[in-house]
Ligand binder design. Structure first.
Ligand code: PMT
Length: 403
C-alpha cells in the first residue's frame, strides 16, 4: 500500500489488562510514524502491565483512565473523545473487555467511550488459546462482528502462559497494516463470495482414500482476505486442520461430489466464486468392506472422472465472476492459460507445485492470468499473497462490471 491512508487520522487506542499490553508502546510509535493522532485510554488492569507515563510520552497526550474523574473529563471528556475519534482501536483486548463490550456494558472509561461512539471499532484480541476458543468468547466475537466491529487476529504461536495456539496479539506492524486496509472503504461490502479450499478425499474402502497434499492454507487465507474486504464469505472446505476464519461461514465436505453439491447450492447466485480447492479429478468406486491383502500380488483400482466444479459454475446461466487456480509441476503458464479458456474462467491463479513448493507450506507465489493480461505476485506469506490476489480480483471484477 503506497498511499499513507492513516495520515491525519484520529485514533483512540484502548489498552486493556493483558501481558501483551507492552506491545501497545510499539503500536503507538508505529501509528504516530504514520501521522496518526493517537489518544490512549487504559483500563486500570492495563496499568498493571505498562505505565500510563510510557504511553503518554509516546503518544504526546495525557492518557485517560478514569470515567469518574473531573480532571480527565475536563481535559477531554469521554463523550468528546467518542466524537473526536475516526476509529477506536482496542489492542490488546482481553476476553473480559470483549465480553463487556458484547454485553453493552459502560462501567469504565473505555467501554463507556465505545458505547457512546459512532466511530468504527477495531479489536485486536489477546488471550490464552483456551479462552479464545471458549464458546462464550466466540459468541461475544460473533456479537461484536454483527455490530460491525472489525476483529484483527488473533495470531497463533507461543503464548506467555507457556501454551501454544491461537490467541496472541497481532504484531504492531500487522495491526497497523490491518487498520490501513480497513480505512480504505470495504470494496466487497454487500457481495457474496464463495471459496473452496483444501483437498478432497475419495474413499477406496471404509478405511482408505485417495487424497492430495493441500493443507487448505491458501484457500483459508483467501477467505480471510475476502472477509477483510467486507464480503459475506462462504468457505467450502475439504478435510483440513485449520480454525475457521472469524466471520466466515464454513461448510465441511470430504469428497469431490460433496464439494460439487455444496458449491452448486451456494455459488450459482453468488457474486464471486474462487476455486482454490485441490479437487480429485478421478475417484474409485468405494467398496463397502476393507480390502484384504490375502496373498494378492497386485491390486487394480478403476478410477472414473469426478465432476469439474469450477467449470460447472462458470457455465451456469448467469455465472458469478469465477477465479480458478492451476497447480502445475511444469509448463505453468501454458497449462494455466489452457485452464482459463477451457474452464471458462474470468481469472486463473497459477502456482508451481511439487518438491516442497505450493502445497502445505506457508509461503507461495502466483502468476495470475485473465483474458487480456497477467500479473505475477511475488513470494510472500499466504496471508499477504491472498490479500494481493484479492486486490487484483476486485480490480478485474470491477472492470468486468463496468464493461
Ligand atoms: O492448500 P494449500 O496447502 O495452501 O496449497 C494451495 C494449493 C496449491 C492447493 C492452491 O494454491 C492451488 O493451486 N489450488 C488448486 C489446486 C488444483 O486442484 O489445481 P488444478 O490445476 O488441478 O485444478 C484447476 C482448477 O479446477 C482449480 O481451481 C480446481 O479447484 C478446479 N477443479 C479441479 C478439479 C475438479 N474436479 N473440479 C474443480 O473445480
Amino acid at each position: 500500500m503506497t498511499e499513507n491512508v492513516l495520515h491525519n487520522k484520529k485514533i483512540v487506542l484502548g489498552v486493556t489488562g493483558s501481558i501483551a499490553a507492552y506491545k501497545s508502546a510499539d503500536l503507538v510509535r508505529r501509528l504516530r510514524e504514520k501521522g496518526v493522532d493517537v489518544r490512549v485510554v487504559m483500563t486500570k488492569a492495563a496499568c498493571e502491565f505498562i505505565t500510563p507515563l510510557t504511553l503518554q510520552t509516546l503518544s504526546g497526550h495525557p492518557v485517560a483512565i478514569e470515567l469518574l474523574d473531573a480532571d480527565e473529563e475536563a481535559a477531554m471528556g469521554h463523550i468528546k473523545l467518542a466524537r473526536w475519534a475516526d476509529w477506536i482501536l482496542i489492542a490488546p483486548a482481553t476476553a473480559d473487555t470483549i465480553a463487556r463490550l458484547a454485553g453493552g456494558r459502560a462501567d469504565d472509561l473505555l467501554t463507556a467511550l465505545c458505547s457512546a461512539s459512532e466511530s468504527p471499532l477495531a479489536i485486536a484480541p489477546a488471550m490464552n488459546n483456551k479462552m479464545w476458543q471458549n464458546e462464550a468468547t466466540q459468541n461475544n466475537i460473533r456479537q461484536l462482528r454483527s455490530q460491525s466491529a472489525q476483529i484483527l487476529g488473533p495470531a497463533s504461536g507461543d503464548q506467555a502462559c507457556g501454551e501454544q495456539g491461537e490467541g496472541r496479539l497481532l504484531e504492531p506492524n500487522d495491526i497497523v497494516q490491518a487498520l490501513e486496509r480497513l480505512v480504505v472503504p470495504a470494496q466487497l461490502q454487500g457481495k457474496h463470495v464463495v471459496i473452496t479450499a483444501g483437498p478432497t478425499y475419495e474413499p477406496i474402502d471404509p478405511v482408505r482414500f485417495i487424497g492430495n497434499r493441500s493443507s487448505g492454507k491458501m484457500g483459508f487465507a483467501v477467505a480471510v482476505a475476502a472477509a477483510e474486504a467486507g464480503a459475506d464469505v462462504t468457505l467450502i472446505s475439504g478435510p483440513v486442520n485449520l480454525p475457521t476464519p472469524t466471520g466466515v461461514h464454513r461448510i465441511d465436505v470430504e469428497t469431490a461430489q460433496q464439494m460439487h453439491d455444496k458449491v452448486m447450492e451456494y455459488a450459482l447466485h453468488c457474486d464471486l466464486f474462487i476455486a482454490c480447492a485441490a479437487v480429485a479429478d478421478f475417484r474409485p468406486q468405494p467398496l463397502e468392506q476393507k480390502i484384504k491383502k490375502m496373498g494378492k500380488q497386485e491390486l487394480q483400482l478403476t478410477l472414473t472422472p469426478t465432476l469439474d466444479i469450477v467449470s460447472a459454475v462458470a457455465s451456469g446461466d448467469q455465472p458469478p465472476f469465477v477465479v480458478g487456480f492451476a497447480a502445475e509441476t511444469n509448463s505453468v503458464e501454458t497449462y494455466a492459460k489452457d485452464k482459463l479458456k477451457r474452464k471458462g474462467l474470468d481469472m486463473v491463479a497459477a502456482n508451481q507445485v511439487g518438491d516442497g513448493v505450493g502445497f502445505a507450506v506457508d509461503e507461495n507465489e502466483l502468476q495470475v492470468f485473465w483474458e487480456s493480461g497477467s500479473q505475477s505476485l511475488a513470494m510472500a506469506p499466504k496471508s499477504q499473497l491472498a490479500r494481493d490476489l484479492m486486490t487484483l480480483i476486485i480490480e478485474r471484477y470491477n472492470a468486468k462490471d463496468t464493461t
